[in-house]
Design a binder for this molecule. Structure first.
Ligand SMILES: [Zn+2]
Length: 156
């Protein structure tokens, strides 16, 4: 059988920025078993986004049509979802998938679905501290604010 061009083990994002390959098969398995990737695929389909296989076990789903959550892209398990097109997002920010794949590891670390309420708490904490949802959000900080396209108030 021919290997499709979007072979999931491809180490590079479409933008050409290398993604870490270490442990990606474990992450794919863990986020399948802990149900976060199935939830991500269901979320994408609910929003009428079309998931396709991306690099290092990620799924890329574009064309999401629901208004929530408010983000240019968001990750549930191994599924990165956007209302936009990844070609456009990665042209604007070639490091975006580095940020999003770190979120997929956070799902592994949280055991899957507990990530969602923990993320909501971190977002609320950030809002109380900084009046934005990311600057003091431990998940966003550890995923890399700059890689995610967030501007830190300290550098404005
Ligand atoms: Zn993020």
């Amino acid at each position: 059988m021919p290997v499709p061009s979007s072979e999931p083990s491809a180490p590079y994002a479409p933008s050409g920025v290398p993604l870490p390959t270490r442990g990606w098969r474990f992450r794919r398995l863990a986020n399948a078993v802990n149900l976060s990737t199935p939830l991500g695929l269901a979320t994408a389909r609910l929003g009428r986004a079309v998931p396709r296989r991306g690099p290092v076990g990620l799924w890329l789903a574009e064309g999401y049509r629901l208004g929530f959550p408010v983000a240019s892209a968001f990750t549930v398990g191994n599924v990165v979802i956007t209302a936009h097109r990844f070609d456009d997002l990665l042209t604007a920010n070639p490091r975006l998938l580095l940020h999003e794949q770190r979120h997929s590891w956070q799902y592994v670390a949280c055991g899957g679905l507990p990530m969602l309420p923990l993320y909501a708490l971190a977002m609320g904490w950030s809002w109380l501290r900084t009046r934005d949802r990311w600057s003091a959000n431990v998940f966003e900080r550890r995923a890399g604010l700059a890689d995610g396209g967030y501007r830190s108030p300290a550098t404005d």
